[in-house]
Every structure is written in C-alpha cells, then in structure tokens.
Design a protein around this ligand. Structure first.
Ligand code: FE2
Length: 273
C-alpha cells in the first residue's frame, strides 16, 4: 500500500510557526522574504529559495524542507516484515493508521489503535489465525480509537492507554511499562507534546525493531505540538530517534518510515541529532 505523506512543506511551516509563536508577518521580516513569498509557501507553493530562508527562522532543516517544497521527498521503501501489518482507514476528511504486530511462530498478537474502522484488521486476525493478547493505544484522539468497542468485543483483549489520557474500558499505564506477547517484548515510552499522554510502543522480537509512534512522528514531519511543541520535539529526539537506525517507525498518519531516514531527512530533526 502506498500512502501519501501526511504533511507537505506548508503544513510543516505552519506547525513550526504555531509552535514557536511566529506569525506570517514576523516570519517574512526575519527571513528576509516578501509577505507574498510567505503566503505562497503557506498555501503550498514550491519556492525553494524562500523555503530555505524561512527554515532557518523556524529552526527547521533547510535542505529537508526544500526537498519537501519541491516534491522530492520520497519515503523509504521498506521490505515487508513478517509479523507487521498496517491498516489505513478513512475518518471524516482524513485517513488514519492502525497496526497489528504478531509473533510469527506462536501467532500471539497485539493491536495498536483501531483506526476509524477495524473491519480489515479483524479479517486479517482471522486469516492469519492470530490471538490478540493486548490492545495498546497510542493516544485518545477519536480517529485512533473510533472502533475500540468493536475491537474489544471481537477479541476480548485488555486495553491499555496512558494514565494521562484515560479512556473508558482501558487500563492506565505510565512510562516504562513493559508487555510481552509470545516472543515480542514491548516497552512504553511517553512521547507527549501532540497529546498529553502520547505513548510510543517499542517492539522487539521481529526481524527489525519497530516503534508504534501514534502522532508523535510522521514520515517527513510530526504531529502538531498542540500540548507542547517543545516537548514534542524533545521527546521525538530523545525517545524515538535514539533507537537503532533500522527501526521501522509506524506513524498514526502517512507511510512507514525508519529512524535512520527521519534523522537524515525530517525537517524538524535532520542535522540536529
Ligand atoms: Fe492525534
């Protein structure tokens, strides 16, 4: 499945402006570009020279941002990993990802979020003869947990979420909580900033390490820092981008990526690690 990038250069500029509190007029002034150039970038324009100038004011990596502005930011091609599946469903005007991870030998499995509709996930569980041992939620935003009641009823598995984002029927966990399912080992890391209790689940036991990151980090971008832009940046830097480069990053929106790719090419992080 080929999912488009979640954010383009104008989305990223907007997230950085909101995070740093820099309105369009200030951005133009500080970057030494015209108000028109900023307006054009904000509405999807591909003025690479202007993108490079605003990047330094917004503490973004200039070459990564201009690659995005020029439409030349290509997601990494990731070979399928036995025991990992992504489900992309439509929620109002957006699409959202949920994931299954399983031990290929024992078929013990974990569901991460539900997406808008867990039908495809349930079909896959059936087809692969999986036993769902856990339902782990990255955060409580409605697009990620929309079908929780049905997934719970169908699997009878316990549900966990951060203690900072209680959800009906879910047990509450704190950073550092560990889980096991078959040979899979899972560690919860608090990657708040987009939401108050955003959790990244680091899974080991498959051919490559996997990080289910919710909306903390996207291929080429990150979730908006609605709660704290600085926390979002710091948590991504310290708790996701410190994982091995080959770690597959499974975001709540947009395509899969890797830690190595985001360290090289994510405008929020490239060059600053
Ligand atoms: Fe979210």
């Amino acid at each position: 499945m080929n999912i488009p990038l979640e954010d383009n250069a104008s989305d990223i500029i907007g997230k950085a402006q909101r995070g740093l509190g820099i309105p369009d007029s200030k951005l133009a002034e500080r970057a030494g570009v015209s108000a028109d150039a900023v307006r054009s970038l904000r509405s999807g324009g591909s003025d690479v020279a202007a993108a490079e100038k605003v990047a330094s004011v917004l503490k973004l990596n200039a070459s990564a941002l201009s690659k995005l502005a020029a439409g030349k930011w290509n997601p990494e091609t990731i070979a399928p990993v036995d025991g990992l599946a992504q489900f992309n469903t439509t929620y109002h005007d957006m699409t959202v990802n949920a994931y299954l991870v399983w031990d290929p030998a024992t078929r013990d499995a974990v569901a991460f979020d539900t997406g808008a509709d867990c039908s495809e996930m349930l079909l896959r569980i059936d087809r692969e003869k999986l036993s769902i041992r856990l339902i782990l939620l990255t955060h409580a935003h409605p697009d990620h947990v929309a079908d929780l009641r049905r997934l719970r009823q169908a699997t009878d598995a316990p549900v966990y979420i951060s203690e900072l984002e209680p959800e009906e029927g879910a047990e509450l966990i704190a950073e550092g909580k560990r889980f096991k399912a078959g040979s899979l080992k899972i560690e919860a890391r608090l990657t708040s900033g987009h939401s108050p209790g955003g959790i990244t689940y680091v899974v080991t036991g498959l051919a490559r390490p996997i990080a289910i990151v919710g909306d903390s980090l996207f291929a080429g971008s990150m979730g908006g820092g609605n709660v704290s832009y600085q926390d979002a940046l710091r948590n991504n830097r310290e708790k996701i981008l410190t994982l091995p480069d080959e770690t597959i990053v499974c975001p709540g929106h947009g395509p899969l990526t890797t830690v190595g790719k985001e360290k090289r090419d994510n405008p929020f992080f490239a060059g600053g690690i």
